[in-house]
Ligand binder design. Structure first.
Ligand SMILES: [Zn+2]
Length: 211
């Protein structure tokens, strides 16, 4: 299924064990696809200035390849979630390969960074009933969203449109930490921060937002 900015209620009901919004009426920023040598630094510098803690849904092969940036994300107090090892669409894989995509990521995080990974986000948001079972079997929480910014379209106007129309008190916002967004990611984050403040909302920290 293809999602719009905010996925339909029917889908949220079918997959009600998944997180579709924050649970504490705070805003949470999530960054998919990193780490990336061209965008992660920009994002971390800005978050440090703004005192924001975010959830980075990293791809295992990037974690392996860009281990300095992985360390920096963790050292800055952010949380890393599982976005599969190879950015694979799980709904197209059999069970053994799906488990391998999830478990190899988690093993890497334990062995190299001493972190137990709790949160999972499926690449392209593709889920089905098998995903529910996989989450149970691996003990992971599936974290979806209620505000997709389309930042990967490299057009700040699209990001602004999504924020203007879909920002809510409990927004779980998807941004991307990748080559595609490196030119607009700082302006996108700044725009979100302004909108959050104008609406009187607050940012939360990942663990608290996902209870
Ligand atoms: Zn992705």
């Amino acid at each position: 299924m293809k999602f719009l900015y905010d996925p339909p209620l029917l889908i949220k009901r079918l997959f009600k064990d998944f997180c579709w919004q924050t649970s504490n009426n705070k805003i949470l920023l999530t960054l998919d696809d990193g780490p990336n040598p061209r965008s992660t630094e920009k994002i971390l510098n800005l978050f440090s200035k703004l005192e924001i803690k975010a959830l980075f849904f990293c791809v295992g092969k990037n974690v392996e390849r860009y281990s300095e940036w992985t360390k920096n994300i963790l050292n800055e107090g952010h949380i890393i979630g599982n976005h599969t090892f190879n950015h694979k669409i799980l709904t197209r894989l059999n069970k053994i390969d799906s488990l391998e995509e999830i478990n190899s990521f988690n093993s890497l995080m334990i062995e190299k960074y001493d972190r137990k990974v709790k949160y999972f986000r499926p690449p392209f948001g593709m889920v089905n009933f098998k995903t529910k079972k996989l989450m149970k079997e691996t003990g992971m929480k599936c974290v979806m969203w209620n505000l997709l910014t389309y930042d990967y379209k490299k057009d700040i106007k699209k990001v602004k449109f999504s924020v203007n129309n879909y920002l809510q008190i409990n927004s779980m916002i998807v941004l991307h930490d990748s080559n595609k967004t490196e030119d607009i990611i700082e302006d996108s984050i700044k725009y979100i921060v302004d909108a959050v403040s104008k609406n009187g909302f607050d940012f939360g920290v990942p663990e608290e937002c996902l209870k």
